[in-house]
Design a protein around this ligand. Structure first.
Ligand code: HAM
Length: 424
């Protein structure tokens, strides 16, 4: 036998038994976005490497070490590690955000060369949302309300909590960074290698180190909020007051800075303790400078992205009774002369009249016993049975495979009414 070829490490297949839950989660997300009036945009999975270097930031983990980059015709290309940069690139290129507000969303695979573990993969999927052209905190609040509504629909709202922070503008962060570096210079002995490296490249990322000893020292570090400018402060106060009024609980976490360079003012994360180390199911914030930085007219932006693998894992963990659609509702079995055409006719008629039903027709021959085994395995609730005598009388046997109703024989003319009743 030829040697089999396996999937690439950190990149997963989704089996036909897993896809119904994925489709359900994606359906809840799309319905929620539609109910807020957002529009879907789509963009390529591959972009110029320069887009992420300039957009996400050279000193971020993503750009420094996690991108899948390759050269084709002397051009450096990268599999998108996140969706915001591509969305902004497309919005500038096509004039979607020139002098107008936009509320956009996208869904699809992202790629990061990280060490795979539960909840962290090299190909993963995000649903992301970006609002353009609104500077007010109302936009930030709307995004948070939208996510809170979605958690309720997914049945995970009791298992996620909101972390919120304001990181101000560039000037604020420059001043704060200086103060933080000066503080940490006095504690060099406690810093690990990773933090020492970040001290010179991206010192604010040290704030969310998992190293407990460093975290304790950081408790005495200068506080970001003491450096905030008036505008950022009032933006944050407005956001908090809307969330308070709407009954959204949050924790202000001054150490939350996020791993991408484009943020200013609001940053937030929804986290869970139910998934182990990879507990952030959704992260986002404001990025008022990014559009201009990527060559567009200065336009404010705010958005977030959620990790679909983590959401699916969380739903499985805390909401195992979610009602998923059956893959097959009705299975058509038939045997004998003249029954093949009758079965095709019946199945096609059902699909036209009852498009919401999932109708599978047996196709691999064999006697009724074998066909009923297939029908059971398909998960169908109803089997429709056609033998020679049924074809002759224009009738059909309706058999409840779950054994809830006795088997009956009815005229084929009544089958649509009968199934409508059974699946009401
Ligand atoms: P991010 O925090 O890098 O933000 O990613 C958002 C979410 O994607 C994370 O909270 C997590 O749920 C999921 N995620 C990230 N990396 C992985 C991975 N390796 N495996 C599985 N899931 C993962 C962004 O990407 C920003 N573009 C979000 C944004 C949109 N900010 C403003 N607009």
């Amino acid at each position: 036998m030829a040697k089999t070829i396996q999937a690439i490490r950190g990149m997963n297949d989704c089996s036909p038994t897993e896809t119904p839950l994925w489709q359900w989660v994606e359906g809840q997300i799309k319905d929620t976005l539609a109910s807020y009036g957002y529009s879907e945009m789509r963009s390529p999975i591959i972009e110029s490497t320069a887009l992420f270097e300039r957009g996400v930031g050279e000193a971020t983990d993503i750009v420094e070490k996690e991108m899948f980059t390759f050269v084709r015709d002397e051009e450096s290309l990268t599999l998108r590690p996140e969706g915001t940069a591509g969305c902004v690139r497309a919005a500038i290129e096509h004039g979607w955000i020139y002098n107008q507000e936009q509320r956009l969303w996208y869904i699809g695979p992202m790629f990061r060369y990280e060490r795979p573990q539960k909840g962290r993969y090299r190909q993963f999927h995000q649903a992301g949302v970006e609002i353009f052209g609104i500077s007010n905190a109302e936009a930030d609040a709307e995004l948070i309300l939208l996510t809170a509504r979605l958690w309720k629909k997914l049945g995970i709202d009791q298992h996620v909590s909101l972390q919120l922070n304001s990181i101000g503008g560039l000037e604020v962060r420059t001043k704060y960074r200086e103060a933080l570096v000066a503080f940490l210079q006095n504690h060099l002995d406690i810093l690990d290698e990773d933090c020492k490296r970040r001290l010179h490249t991206n010192p604010m990322r040290i704030l969310d180190t998992k190293n407990q000893a460093i975290q304790e020292v950081l408790n005495n570090a200068p506080k970001l909020h003491d450096f905030l400018d008036e505008e950022s402060k009032s933006h944050f106060e407005t956001l908090c007051s809307i969330l308070d009024a709407m009954g959204i609980h949050y924790e202000v976490n001054q150490k939350l800075v996020r791993g991408l360079d484009y943020y200013n003012k609001t940053v937030f994360e929804w986290v869970t303790t139910a998934l182990g180390a990879q507990g952030t199911v959704c992260g986002g914030g404001r990025y008022d400078g990014l559009v201009a930085q990527l060559g567009g007219h200065s336009t404010e932006g705010v958005g977030f992205a959620m990790g679909l693998e983590r959401l699916v894992l969380l739903v499985q963990e805390v909401n195992p009774n979610v009602q998923l659609a059956r893959p097959v509702d009705v299975y058509v079995v038939y045997q004998g002369t003249g029954t093949t055409a009758a079965a095709f006719n019946l199945a096609e008629r059902l699909r036209s009249a009852l498009p919401q039903l999932r109708v599978m027709q047996h196709a691999s021959g064999g006697n009724f016993k074998k066909q009923f085994k297939r029908a059971d395995k398909s998960g169908a609730k109803i089997a429709l049975v056609l033998g020679e005598s049924e074809v002759e009388n224009n009738s059909v046997v309706v058999k409840d495979l779950f054994g809830e109703v006795d088997q009956i024989t009815i005229s084929q003319t009544d089958v649509i009414a009968e199934l409508t009743k059974r699946f009401a």
